[in-house]
Design a protein around this ligand. Structure first.
Ligand SMILES: CC(C)(COP(=O)(O)OP(=O)(O)OC[C@H]1O[C@@H](n2cnc3c(N)ncnc32)[C@H](O)[C@@H]1OP(=O)(O)O)[C@@H](O)C(=O)NCCC(=O)NCCS
Length: 192
């Protein structure tokens, strides 16, 4: 392994028009496969090696030879990252959301950290929480234990899961936002 523990190389790939036209299980399979291609590109960039993608019976990605990994696949973009530390990645297309979703993702104290502009901050909070919940392997069942505690600037914030602090960095591109748990010093995003 050549990757420094303080560097991350998340990779984002666009979904082809052919794959976008798929439906149901075929589409999920195609997006999962493409996300694994993004993950392999992340491995290449970081000098890490993953020869399999095992998951627990609950669907949580399991590390292989000390290499942790995380995937995200949405209908037009997918992403993947490999890391020497537990890691979580998520991405979303930015779109208007309703009040019920706003209330689901954060409480008043958390919204105050971004000056109350909930529509603008919603997908930052959403993707950041998803990324942390993936890094701790909990998924949505852990949502109530995950909180935004500091917003540093447009790309950096800190969350907690129980007592553990999780720095998260964001990457904004083409109507989307991606989030990555990033205790490491340096994050180098690649968008193909
Ligand atoms: C499953 C979950 C971890 C992510 O779901 P998602 O955002 O819909 O899906 P993504 O495409 O971003 O991520 C899917 C990948 O996450 C990984 N994953 C699934 N469960 C996981 C878990 N418990 N922990 C870590 N990673 C997990 C898998 O690798 C999966 O890809 P694969 O099936 O191809 O292997 C979970 O958070 C969930 O159920 N989310 C539902 C969406 C929602 O209500 N979000 C509200 C956010 S406030």
């Amino acid at each position: 392994m050549t990757q420094a523990a303080n560097q991350l190389f998340p990779v984002i790939l666009p979904v082809s028009d052919t794959d976008k036209r798929l439906n149901g299980r075929d589409k999920v399979k195609a997006l999962s496969r493409l996300a694994r291609s993004a993950l392999m590109k992340s491995c290449e960039k970081s000098g890490l090696h993953l020869e399999a993608f095992p998951k627990s019976e609950k669907g949580v990605p399991l590390p292989v030879g000390g290499v942790h990994w995380s995937l995200t696949h949405k209908s037009d973009m997918v992403g993947g990252v490999a890391s020497l530390l537990p890691v979580g990645m998520d991405l979303e297309t930015i779109r208007p959301v309703n009040d019920a979703l706003l209330a689901k993702v954060a409480d008043d104290d958390e919204w105050q950290l971004v000056g109350g502009d909930q529509q603008k901050a919603f997908f930052r909070f959403w993707t950041a929480k998803e990324a942390v919940l993936k890094a701790v392997g909990k998924g949505m069942v852990g949502l109530s234990r995950c909180r935004v505690v500091a917003v540093v600037d447009d790309t950096r914030m800190t969350l907690t899961y129980d007592e553990t602090r999780w720095p998260v960095t964001h990457f904004w591109f083409d109507g989307h936002v991606a989030a990555l748990t990033a205790p490491q010093v340096s994050v180098s995003w690649t968008l193909f």
